[in-house]
Design a protein around this ligand. Structure first.
Ligand code: MN3
Length: 198
């Protein structure tokens, strides 16, 4: 069974004007798809071909000889997680146990937004900003390139892609504006709550 590009969980124009259909054409249809094509080539006729993305990522993380496999597998996983971290009806505030945990860890929802935005802005070059659960506590994380907190013992709750390809067509160099839009208009708190419950 070859790996396949998952469909977006909404129509390609559903996130406009915050993320345009043009960006999703490239980001999902070209970038995400390329990782799928590359991984299928790299794992053909190996034991990895029948493993889950998570198992491949955990088996290859930190192994320089398997960097190509790790990077493509993790970028498939990260992007699928990112599409689900966005919603046409996103933004607003979390509720229930997740809201309580955010207040406990960051003082308030605004405290969370400030910390998440700082992580996204200070990830030099390409990478990802994350809200993760580690040892029962919520934390902010940032990772370079394809790296994912999943291989470091944490449970991803929500992510934002801060590679330039995620925002350049709509925001050019304005990563701060893209992160503000993610946090205030697009973040999918229902998806975050599902991940938080585990
Ligand atoms: Mn991307």
């Amino acid at each position: 069974m070859a790996f396949e590009l998952p469909n977006l969980p909404y129509a390609k124009d559903a996130l406009a004007p915050h993320i345009s259909a043009n960006t999703l054409d490239f980001h999902h249809g070209k970038h995400h798809n390329t990782y799928v094509v590359n991984l299928n080539k790299l794992v053909a006729d190996t034991d990895f071909a029948n493993q889950s993305l998570e198992d491949i990522m955990k088996a290859t993380a930190g192994d320089a000889s398997k960097a190509g496999i790790f990077n493509n597998a993790a970028q498939i996983w990260n992007h699928t997680f990112f599409w689900n971290s966005l919603s046409p009806t996103g933004g607003g505030a979390p509720s229930g146990a997740l809201a309580d945990a955010i207040n406990a860890s960051f003082g308030s929802l605004d405290g969370f937004k400030d910390a998440f935005k700082t992580a996204g802005l200070t990830q030099f070059g390409s990478g990802w900003a994350w809200l993760v659960l580690r040892d029962g506590k919520l934390e902010i994380a940032k990772t370079p390139n394809a790296e994912c907190p999943l291989t470091d013992g944490a449970t991803p709750i929500i992510t934002c892609d801060v590679w330039e390809h995620a925002y350049y067509l709509d925001y050019q160099n304005r990563r701060p504006d893209f992160l503000d839009t993610f946090l205030n208009k697009l973040i999918n708190w229902e998806f975050a709550s599902e991940n938080f419950k585990g």
